[in-house]
Design a protein around this ligand. Structure first.
Ligand code: GLA
Length: 437
């Protein structure tokens, strides 16, 4: 009895200081419509690609049948342009009747039946960025309840047609309203992106208490330049951004564009690797009905996903920015493991970068190295061993690093071997594979 009271008091006090919906203890993973399918509402001429229930059902089929769900990609997220231009007679949002004839509740059932979750999009203002009805302050409770009644599992709340004062009131109110529905609904806030993304304008302590993830910066586009500008902004501001992330509270550098048109295979591996270092949500925005095997292999890389999903949830950092155009990133992982990413901004040829783990702040000892994209173990390295990695232009070498003694123990367990998925897979530039000297 007494114990119960103590626990209750503890639970209540945490509830007052943290978004206690229990979801997204590791960065959420799934699929989000926006970058690839935008606001295409022309179902008459473009029935396969328009924003409609058919598109989300197609993607749900792909996630559940093509191995994605089992790797953790579980959210199917609707973005802008899903709703009717008018609210219903009771003042509730409603889906466009032509493009979503079954309504959102039915779509949610379809998605849940496949072991997946449904995300939806709204806007803390008069209109969404695409001009559809927004959530004004007086509609917050109605909209939260509508989403919960439909069986929605996540809400992305954008901030177009709004202002700072309005957002300051609205974003915390929606958090409370979602909690009050009793349905765990992951809450993605675009608020900081509208306030320049940095303190003192942005209060990250408060965001961590009311949102599960937040967009800090501009929209990703289907180009390498866009990925680079995002990477630059997040790592240039890492001192402000790195400490605020943790289980249930993530910085969101925006969607993965791997499988679209703008990135080479090397650049795709770079996005996957750096989103892993950033502990970023992994929302693919691509067409899973026609994705190249190269892109699929990168997105389904078990060790890259495992690094992103590490249960400690500590965001990584850029350690070094060399004059040569090489940058080194590091993320601490559970059980004494870590991830290293060697990234090249060069545009000439694979660059042979020499360093040692000691130079990269590793403490004295021996470490085993698993090359994430070559999908094979490399040699054991002493902290003082000098080695050379060969990094392709705009590409990465990503290592999963494990203290040697632990490695031996773990390597014997079947489970661990399965986790690493020993495929000894080869790809074209393996001739330029990292050399461990
Ligand atoms: C904003 C958001 C995007 C997307 C569009 C939809 O630009 O940042 O991610 O949701 O609105 O209109």
């Amino acid at each position: 009895m007494q114990m119960k009271t103590v626990i209750l008091v503890l639970a209540l006090s945490t509830a007052a200081f943290a978004l206690d919906n229990g979801v997204m203890r590791t960065p959420p993973m799934g699929w989000l419509a926006w970058e690839r399918f935008r606001c295409d509402i022309d179902c008459q001429n473009d029935p396969k690609n328009c924003i409609s229930e058919a598109l989300f059902m197609d993607m749900a089929d792909r996630l559940s049948e093509d191995g994605w769900r089992d790797l953790g990609y579980e959210y199917i997220n609707i973005d802008d342009c899903w709703s009717s231009m008018q609210r219903d007679a009771q003042g509730r949002l409603q889906a466009d009747p032509k493009r979503f004839p079954g309504g959102i509740a039915k779509l949610a059932r379809y998605i849940h039946d496949r072991g997946l979750k449904l995300g939806i999009y709204g806007d803390m203002g008069t209109h969404t960025c695409g001009g559809y009805p927004g959530t004004t302050l007086d509609k917050i409770e109605t909209d939260a309840q509508t989403f919960a009644d439909w069986g929605v599992d996540m809400l992305k709340l954008d901030g177009c047609y709004s202002n700072a004062t309005y957002q300051e009131q609205g974003y915390p109110m929606m958090s409370k309203a979602l909690n009050a529905t009793g349905r765990p609904i992951g809450y993605s806030c675009s608020w900081p992106a509208y306030q320049g993304g940095l303190p003192p304008k942005v209060n990250y302590t408060q965001l961590g208490e009311i949102c599960n993830l937040w967009r800090n910066y501009g929209d990703i586009q289907d180009s390498w330049d866009s990925v680079l500008s995002i990477v630059d902004w997040f790592f240039d501001n890492q001192d402000a951004l790195q400490p605020v992330a943790g289980p249930g509270r993530w910085n969101d550098p925006d969607m993965l564009i791997i499988g679209d048109f703008g990135l080479s295979m090397d650049q795709s591996r770079s996005q996957m690797a750096l989103w892993g270092i950033l502990a970023a949500p992994l929302f693919m925005s691509n067409d899973l009905r026609m994705i190249s095997s190269g892109a699929r292999t990168i997105l389904q890389n078990k060790v890259a996903i495992g690094i992103n999903q590490d249960p400690l949830g500590i965001q990584g950092k850029r350690l070094l920015k060399e004059k040569s155009g090489i940058e080194v990133f590091w993320r601490p992982l559970s059980k004494g493991a870590s991830a290293l990413v060697f990234f090249s901004r060069r545009s000439d040829m694979p660059y042979r970068y020499m360093t040692s783990l000691k130079t990269l702040n590793y403490s004295a000892g021996a470490y085993d190295v698993f090359d994430v994209f070559l999908e094979r173990p490399m040699s054991t390295l002493k902290d003082s061993t000098e080695f050379v990695v060969s990094i392709n232009p705009s590409g990465v070498v990503m290592w999963y690093i494990y203290p040697a003694a632990e490695w031996q123990k773990e390597a014997e367990s079947v489970q661990f071997r399965e986790k690493l998925g020993r495929k000894f897979h080869r790809y074209a530039n393996e001739v330029d594979a990292p050399l461990v000297l």
